[in-house]
Design a protein around this ligand. Structure first.
Ligand code: ACO
Length: 311
């Protein structure tokens, strides 16, 4: 790589300029962005499954309409992100193939099952809450198409978080049985939500370079800490107990100290051994295969349109 080009690129990044698809960029920048954006896209798409599972069982028409809209939003997020990743030169088919063959990762969080309606509250509140915490700084990521996609995604995501918190609040303030159900969901989703932010900084191979290139604007641990600090008071406000006996306010740092995360669990889920990992990938593969006719029909329609134009 030409050192002058590299220097000019790094100066633009340091000046907080956006890098655009046709601009020169180091191959490693292109590679890590393709990796991160495509994995982010896969997470949005696989993320439709745990909640989609409850659309037919939502407890009221209103809840059903909200959940349906929310799950559709996630599909939209996945599509913007695939488009953003495609501008870096990898086709959507290649990315999807990488997901289906197990080569590409998606967020660990979506490998846990949704056992009760309270899980839908917990996912909106905690999982979408963690997602926004991570995505708000990505609105200032150095790659223009990714940053712009994040603006709309964050707006929708904040609605998702509120709807989840509202479900959680209603259940937590409901009958003793509802409250028990909500506490149980909270217990199951708390630790996996903290894992979403990724390994600790001293064990995160990509963080240093991604911070330098301003792909990431905050580190995994910084975002995790912010998430804990915001979420603990929300739990207390609705009368839920955080399932962490070591959780303690630390006056000096102005944040909570929290217990040790089970990183062994995290790495085993990353490796594809999550509780419902097989079901998730099977569902995605089947959807791709069963709906091949939709892609074929769209292509045939496009070809007809082009032929008509040419005639
Ligand atoms: N689930 C699965 N894999 C993970 C997770 C996780 N929660 N956290 C980290 N990893 C993987 C990384 O992808 C990386 O593997 P790779 O090099 O094969 O890609 C490896 O673990 C080491 O982690 P890091 O060096 O910390 O990787 P990175 O700098 O990419 O940071 C992070 C990980 C924070 C997830 C980053 O990629 C990111 O901000 N991505 C965009 C947000 C996103 O993907 N959100 C998805 C969930 S939110 C939602 O979809 C609603």
């Amino acid at each position: 790589e030409d050192p002058a080009l590299l220097e000019a690129f790094e100066a633009r990044v340091a000046a907080d300029e956006f890098i655009e698809p046709k601009d020169w960029m180091p191959e490693a920048y292109r590679r890590t962005l393709t990796r991160q954006i495509s994995q982010h896209a896969h997470s949005e798409i696989v993320g439709m499954l745990p909640e989609g599972n409850w659309i037919t069982r939502a407890p009221s028409l209103r809840r059903k309409a909200i959940l349906l809209a929310k799950v559709q939003d996630e599909a939209g997020h996945g599509l913007y992100l695939y488009c953003a990743a495609e501008t870096l030169g990898t086709s959507r088919e290649q990315m999807i193939e990488a997901l289906h063959s197990g080569k590409a990762k998606y967020s660990t969080i979506f490998n846990y099952p949704t056992l009760t309606w309270a899980d839908i509250g917990a996912i909106g509140w905690l999982v979408d809450g963690a997602a926004i915490m991570n995505q708000v700084p990505l609105q200032r990521t150095s790659y223009g198409p990714y940053a712009r996609a994040m603006v709309r995604v964050c707006k929708e995501e904040s609605f998702h978080q509120r709807q989840g918190y509202e479900i959680s609040m209603q259940l937590a303030r409901g009958t003793p049985e509802q409250k028990r159900m909500m506490q149980d969901a909270f217990n199951r989703w708390w630790w996996p939500s903290l894992m979403m932010f990724g390994p600790p900084d001293d064990n995160s191979p990509n963080t240093a370079q991604s911070m330098r290139w301003r792909i990431k604007r905050e580190t995994n641990d910084e975002l995790r800490q912010k998430f804990v600090d915001i979420t603990v008071p929300q739990a207390e406000f609705i009368g839920l107990t955080v399932p962490d006996p070591d959780l303690k306010w630390n006056e000096e740092k102005g944040g909570y100290d929290f217990g040790a995360i089970d990183w062994e669990e995290f790495y085993s889920v990353v490796k594809g051994e999550g509780p419902v990992a097989k079901e998730r990938i099977t569902a995605r593969r089947e959807a791709w295969e069963k709906n091949a006719w939709v892609r074929e029909a769209a292509q045939a329609h496009e070809a007809k349109k082009q032929a008509r134009k040419a005639a």
